[in-house]
Design a protein around this ligand. Structure first.
Ligand SMILES: [Zn+2]
Length: 73
């Protein structure tokens, strides 16, 4: 599969997906993706992207979000 940006060949690779939301950050590890070796452009299949959405949504409801930066500092 060729890169959409630079036409370089993409490598099949497991990556970490990071969803930066307003109140928290959700990280999903070991996401099957295709990464361009030249420009690092990352592509994942539509089915994988859909599954990621579900995981992020589930994480938002199942994990309590600690949102108190003053106490940490
Ligand atoms: Zn590229």
């Amino acid at each position: 599969m060729k890169c959409a940006l630079c036409s370089h060949e993409r490598m099949e690779k497991q990556t970490n997906y990071i969803a930066d939301l307003e109140t928290c950050i959700v990280i999903v590890r070991g996401v099957p993706s295709f990464v361009c070796e030249k420009c690092q452009e990352t592509y994942c299949a539509t089915s994988v992207a859909k599954r990621l959405e579900e995981i992020v949504e589930a994480a938002m409801t199942e994990i309590a979000v600690v949102h108190d930066t003053e106490r940490i500092a």
